[in-house]
Design a binder for this molecule. Structure first.
Ligand SMILES: Nc1ncnc2c1ncn2[C@@H]1O[C@H](COP(=O)(O)OP(=O)(O)OP(=O)(O)O)[C@@H](O)[C@H]1O
Ligand SMILES: [Mg+2]
Length: 244
């Protein structure tokens, strides 16, 4: 039987122009930091939503310093507006507790959240994804037809090898990959850049390793003043040019 929530999800996302999943093959490559920064930057001149879909370790709430905002219940739930963007996360339902969900429960929680969340008209909905090819990745590809991916790697060959699996999967399913970001760069080595180009994918840019980031976590205006944000801004411009 087809889950009736799948058609509700399409309806819920009807007025969202562009859904961008910030994803990566590995944990700890900067998906949450860059998804949050990108959402803040795009929100300077667009209507933007940020949806934290990392059910085991949601962290955009910590990066953006979101504490008291709560969604409003009204024929579904309306994400609160925080720092100029509409914000939604499993954290609202798990609080500070771990959400020890198994595969099928994660799928269910994801589908439920997508089905009940009422986004207003949005230019961009940014999704902060869990690491790797997770159940959430497979569900989202199935449920959100207009989804596009930005994929993060670090300069390490270990991280790059894991994105190859993800890009193969997305390409096989005809899902658009906007491009790849190389994060935590400490030198000018071009190896990853040329490997990405060999795969026929767009290299969106590199973001330096910035020791100032730690002290900017939880404080969006400080975050926007870092070198990470400066570089992310150039990437945001490219993403807007590639707009669907
Ligand atoms: N360019 C950077 N410079 C300095 N620190 C960074 C940079 N990018 C990310 N970090 C730091 O690296 C850590 C991991 O980043 P983040 O949580 O965004 O990664 P992630 O890919 O979302 O991880 P997970 O897979 O666990 O969700 C964080 O402490 C973050 O502040
Ligand atoms: Mg993360």
């Amino acid at each position: 039987m087809v889950d009736p929530r799948t058609s509700i999800i399409a309806e819920r996302l009807k007025n969202v122009h562009d859904v961008i999943a910030v994803s990566g093959g590995k944990g700890g490559v900067g998906k949450s930091l860059i998804a949050s920064t990108l959402a803040l930057l795009l929100a300077e001149n667009n209507r933007v939503g940020l949806f934290d879909l990392d059910f085991t370790s949601p962290s955009t709430n910590l990066i953006l310093g979101i504490k008291d905002a709560r969604p409003v219940e009204d024929k579904g739930i309306i994400p609160p507006k925080v720092h100029g963007l509409r914000y939604m996360s499993i954290v609202y339902y798990s609080g500070d507790y771990a959400a020890p969900l198994r595969g099928v429960d994660i799928s269910n929680a994801l589908i439920e959240l997508l089905a009940i969340t009422r986004w207003e008209n949005l230019d961009y909905l940014i999704l902060d994804m869990p690491p790797g090819i997770s159940d959430a990745t497979l569900d989202l590809i199935r449920l959100i037809k207009k989804i596009r991916f930005v994929i993060m790697t670090t300069p390490s060959q270990l991280a790059f090898e894991t994105i190859r699996k993800l890009t193969d999967l997305l390409t096989a399913q005809n899902i658009q990959i906007i491009g790849i970001i190389e994060n935590m760069k400490t030198d000018k080595d071009q190896t990853i850049k040329s490997q990405i180009r060999k795969l026929g994918l767009d290299y969106l840019g590199q973001i330096p390793y910035d020791p100032q980031i730690e002290s900017a976590l939880g404080n969006p205006s400080r975050l926007l003043n870092t070198e990470v944000a400066q570089k992310t801004k150039q990437i945001a411009r490219k993403i807007q040019q590639f707009r669907q």
